[in-house]
Write a protein that binds this ligand. Structure first.
Ligand code: ADP
Length: 435
């Protein structure tokens, strides 16, 4: 209440008391005159209060307040103006919400808001098309009850959303969906689901093309290599001038054959997410046989290859795939370590899982190459690779095989000192035998 109103109130009260006293002087009953006067004053205020109450309770939108006198009139007007301001603000806010909802409804991508426990709070129309969510029945339902693919449940519950997840749509097997999850606010989830069917088809076409070309090239190459071998076996009938050319043709033919084999193996690895085999593999025996092959590959180069393997630790997966991956790592160590170099292969486990490391004291790799080393045909030094006869696909195969066994590859290397390639297998892939 400002100063003006305070003095007006005080002076009107003083006027009322004065009038009562005058009435008391005329009637001789001061007390009654005062009581009557104050009761009338109180009654008038109560009536104003009741009018305010009735107006607030029954008023329609925009209905003007009752006419009031003095301070009450100002109170009515203030409340009225404040309510109009709030109404306008609410209108503006609603318009913003409507626009956001309209634009997300028009999105082709599904937008889904989940609470901290993964219960559905809100979603747009695309979510109904792509995931089959139903409005309003599904509100408050657990997302894992509606998208029941075990890979999605695994992804959602592990809270590691750095990489998106790709799955077929639960309502239409022909659609391929990509799930992105972001945590926000009070650990709520914002889930974006994109239809990547077209991209997936293109990727599939690329894989099929590479696999088909590799397959088709195999037969002519086998024929050419066969004739070359026959010619080289019958050197007496061959002009000696052709000898070197024939030898080189045979060598390059061999390289091409290795390349096709690696391309076909990669195509096979890409065809499915996990190996069909999931039997425990005796890694110690597998490594022993690869060690023998590596020693043969080293031949006169005299590498010393040592093996230390825990025979109680087995790994669930495909023996053939693991053999390809581990031989690539161990053969690389032989190829990129100078004569008489040391190579140490170790297979061990701890409470987090199992590890295979291949350590050499060879050429080493500069740190800038490490992040790209598992890319197809990525080579640190092209001349180095052509000397060794590598295909440039070895580490790409290793990466794929490890992915399929839920493992990851770690590379530590120092130029001139050597490299260590370590495969980390999670505990769920490991089987421990009683000693
Ligand atoms: P490649 O068939 O050329 O060996 P990889 O994919 O197996 O192809 O390896 C990629 C590149 O990584 C190789 O060209 C080589 O330069 C490098 N590399 C791989 N293993 C080693 C190692 N143990 N020591 C040094 N360099 C290595």
């Amino acid at each position: 209440m400002n100063q003006d109103w305070r003095s007006t109130l005080i002076s009107s009260l003083a006027l009322l008391v004065g009038a009562c006293l005058l009435l008391g002087l005329i009637s001789g009953e001061y007390a009654w005159a005062l009581v009557l006067g104050l009761a009338g004053y109180l009654g008038w205020h109560l009536r104003q209060l009741l009018r305010l109450h009735n107006w607030l309770r029954t008023r329609q939108a925009d209905e003007a307040p009752p006419d009031g006198v003095g301070l009450w009139g100002e109170i009515f007007d203030n409340i009225y103006h404040q309510q109009r301001r709030e109404q306008k603000m609410r209108g503006r806010l609603q318009a913003v919400i409507d626009r956001v909802q309209e634009s997300t409804a028009a999105l082709k991508d599904a937008v889904i808001m989940l609470d901290r426990d993964g219960n559905l709070e809100w979603w747009n129309i695309a979510a109904e098309k792509l995931l089959g969510l139903k409005t309003p029945q599904d509100s408050g339902q657990q997302i894992t009850n509606l998208v029941r693919d075990p890979r999605f449940i695994d992804y959602f519950e592990h809270h590691n959303y750095n990489e998106p997840l790709e799955l077929p749509s639960p309502v239409n097997g022909h659609l391929r969906l990509q799930f992105h999850i972001t945590r926000y606010g009070n650990r709520e989830h914002l889930m974006l689901v994109r239809d990547v069917t077209r991209l997936h088809q293109l990727e599939q076409m690329r894989k099929d093309f590479v696999a088909n070309v590799s397959h088709e090239l195999r037969t002519p190459l086998t024929v050419i290599s066969g004739y070359l071998e026959t010619l080289l076996d019958n050197l007496d009938n061959v002009n000696p001038r052709w000898l070197r050319a024939l030898q080189q043709m045979q060598q390059q033919g061999g390289r091409m054959q290795n390349l096709l084999n690696d391309l076909l193996l990669l195509a096979k690895l890409e065809a499915t997410d996990y190996p069909s085999d999931n039997q425990p593999v005796a890694i110690d025996l597998l490594l022993l046989s690869i060690q023998n092959d590596a020693q043969a590959l080293s031949g006169e180069h005299g590498h010393r290859i040592s093996l230390e393997a825990d025979a109680q630790l087995r790994l669930k997966g495909s023996e053939n795939e693991l053999r390809s991956a581990f031989s690539n790592l161990i053969f690389n160590a032989v190829k990129y370590t100078p004569d008489a170099g040391e190579i140490h292969v170790r297979w061990w486990g701890d409470e987090h899982g199992a590890y295979l490391s291949v350590q050499d004291n060879g050429l080493g790799i500069e740190a800038k190459h490490l992040p790209r080393l598992t890319e197809r045909f990525y080579r640190v030094d092209a001349s180095r690779a052509s000397n060794t006869g590598g295909t440039g696909l070895g580490l790409a195969i290793v990466k794929h095989v490890l992915l399929r066994h839920r493992a990851r590859l770690e590379i530590v290397s120092h130029v001139g000192k050597g490299s260590t390639f370590t495969c980390h297998f999670p505990d769920l892939q490991v089987v421990r035998r009683e000693p």
